[in-house]
Design a protein around this ligand. Sequence first.
Ligand code: AKG
Ligand code: FE2
Length: 315
Amino acid sequence: MATLVDKGVAAVSLAAYERDPTAFSQELGDSFKRYGFAVVADHGIPADLIARAENAAKAFFALPVEVKAQYHIPGTGGARGYTPFGIETAKDAKAFDLKEFWHVGRELPAGHRFERVMKPNLWPAEIAEFRDTQLELFAAFEEAGRKLLSAVALYLDLPADWFDDKVEDGNSVLRLLHYPPVPQDGPNIRAGAHEDINTITLLLGAEEAGLQLLDTSGEWIAVSPKPGELAINVGDMLQRLTNNVLRSTTHRVLNPAPERRGYSRYSMPFFLHFRPDFLIETLPSCISADRPDLYPDPITADDYLWQRLREIKLV
Ligand SMILES: O=C(O)CCC(=O)C(=O)O
Ligand SMILES: [Fe+2]
């Protein structure tokens, strides 16, 4: 199976952005336009924070099933706390994904205008360091995401700070994922082919093989970030905003080769979202005679999110 690296997509260094914003934006934007994905090195999220967050997640998933189940609130779209094995099902897929996960959302001060949309976090009482560590990682992801979006803005000929107020107090979610060992062959795979709903996704911990993107040619390509590197991809909301100039690419996580079946896979995607009341309206600069507006009806980020959650059976 070909990898992104085989296709000539080298990791881009976020540190290089400070030195040469134009060159970095071009490289990142071209990768988003062609593959919907990019690999980012020197992203500024400290290695020790990543390790602590992963260890806290591992400690949680190692708890007994009935302890974890206390943190599952049915009917809430899995937006906060724990979603057990056997629930999330990719759009149009028949078999559920082989995963369990925990969602951390934004902490809002009491009385905040988005309180009704963005529910309070749950925290597992069993893992003392869980809360502080995951909130630290949330903040670090947000900072890296802000820089990446300013590069996207430059690529789209927008001011570098264009996205800042659109994602401020955004409904972003940190997902801590556990794919348990895969015992035998069945119809299920770790994560069925899907697109992400949000603006951009920043993914850590995907070095255990399995993540693949579906190229426009119909070929599956392995996304194989090196340890510590970020894989990032365009979500449906950014695709919609840009009239499909930037592509929300279908991806999946395949089951491992027989010799790795006995191992869990842990990964940590950060789904960066717009603020709930942001109206996703096609950027005029992305409409032209040969690219007519595919989305003439604007929709708020929150309405769009709920529409999509129903499709993946989370609500
Ligand atoms: O675990 C991974 O590597 C990818 C997860 C993913 O695509 C998702 O949760 O949306
Ligand atoms: Fe995804």
